[in-house]
Design a protein around this ligand. Structure first.
Ligand code: PLP
Length: 389
């Protein structure tokens, strides 16, 4: 059976060149990067080299990069680290209602510790309004954290504009760029950010490694205490193979991002128009243009997203739904809910996230199997039958 992986926003396959780059650091170059002997120095060279590549790619200085265990830790570090280091100035944080749970649940945790958090609404496309943000700022505001691109619908937020406002008000600004890095340009100066989270496994790198960019001079408290690693900002022996892999993934994506963006936009549009032509009662979630090139989120009315996923899986196609299954009940996605999508429609939403190895044949295969799945599922829906009568 043909296998088509369309869940690249969840994770990407590790690039073979990345695996090749990592392997020596498990075997011959196994040293601890903090050791002063040759074994250690070889490992240190790999860590420093990757740091330089990453810093250059996002317009930062190498010393402004702190390696973490991934995007979730980077988000936690940014938000808690800034909150704890600056609480004497104020205890108010601004975020959006469509952030990843790595941000939302960190903010909720801080609320329990006496911080106040404003969750900004979004419009029907998932955009945060910088005007709303301006209004939410008060004397106590110490941090604004808004994601660069949304993982479910792909909407790209006006980060540069928000950053300008934050800078004018001298408020620290963090963005979660886990989904945007490697897909659209990410430059910390153009985006006007003080902190930026990223993760390797979304860009064909290994899982369990990421980084937080921290602009020089930003007051932040470390979350992990121990040795003096990462200039006292994140203790723990460095994940040398992971860091080397992240560096290689950056090196590869740097040369391919422009071409890939055009390729994936075309492929995604082929999928979107094919679905719209072949299936009725479908809606696009997110903005038609200001969106990640690889992401397509659609709602199929009168069907459950989970049923579509399972049926597509049986045909060898991997996609994700916009709903999270909690305690047996199907909760619609918080992102679609915030965008005002009706719960019944949101429950039938599917996220297709494409990657560099997908082909036109993959898309045509999905367009061949999906209409039959939808019509079979809808045959069981009295609501759909009533609509058609
Ligand atoms: N932020 C966003 C927007 C994400 O999409 C993800 C992962 O899906 C994360 C953070 C968490 O990253 P990681 O899986 O590296 O912890």
């Amino acid at each position: 059976m043909r296998r088509v992986y369309l869940d690249h926003n969840a994770t990407t396959p590790t690039h073979p060149e990345v695996v090749k780059e990592m392997l020596p650091y498990f075997e011959e170059v196994f040293g601890n990067a903090s050791s002063i002997h040759l074994f250690g120095q070889q490992a240190r060279k790999a860590v420093d080299g990757a740091r330089e590549k990453l810093a250059e790619f996002i317009g930062a200085k190498p010393e402004e990069i702190v390696f973490t265990s991934g995007g979730t830790e980077a988000d936690n570090f940014a938000i808690k680290g800034i909150a704890y280091a600056n609480e004497s100035k104020g205890k108010h944080i601004i975020t959006s209602s469509i952030e990843h749970h790595a941000v939302l649940n960190t903010c909720k945790y801080l609320e329990k510790q006496g911080f106040q958090v404003t969750y900004l609404p979004v419009d029907e496309y998932g955009f945060v309004d910088p005007g709303d943000m301006m209004k939410a700022i008060n004397k106590e505001t110490i941090l604004i954290t808004i994601m660069h691109a949304n993982n479910e619908v792909g909407t790209i937020e006006p980060i540069s504009e928000i950053g300008k406002i934050a800078k004018g008000k001298e408020i620290i600004f963090h963005t979660d760029a886990v989904q945007s890095l490697g897909k659209i340009p990410v430059d910390v100066n153009e985006l006007n950010v003080d902190l930026l989270s990223l993760s390797a496994h979304k860009i064909y790198g290994p899982k369990g490694i990421g980084a937080l960019y921290i602009r020089k001079g930003t007051r932040i408290q470390p979350l992990i205490h121990g040795g003096h690693h990462e200039k006292n900002r994140r203790a723990g022996t460095e994940n040398v193979p992971g860091i080397a892999g992240l560096g290689k993934a950056i090196e590869i994506v740097k040369t391919s991002i422009d071409k890939e963006s055009i390729y994936l936009t075309d492929l995604r549009n082929r999928l979107c128009s094919g679905i719209s032509e072949k299936i009725d009662c479908v809606y696009l979630n997110g903005h038609s243009r200001k969106r990640l090139p690889n992401t397509l989120n659609m709602s199929f009315e009168f069907v459950e997203g989970e049923s579509i996923i399972l049926n597509l899986d049986m045909k060898g196609v991997a996609v994700a739904s916009g709903s999270a299954c909690t305690s047996g009940s199907l909760e619609p996605s918080h992102v679609l809910k915030a965008m005002g999508v009706a719960p019944a429609v949101a429950q039938g939403s599917i996220r297709f996230s494409l990657g560099k190895d997908n082909t036109e044949e993959d898309i045509d295969y999905v367009l061949e199997v999906l209409p039959e799945i939808i019509s079979r599922l809808r045959a069981m829906s009295p609501l759909y039958k009533r609509k058609k009568e």
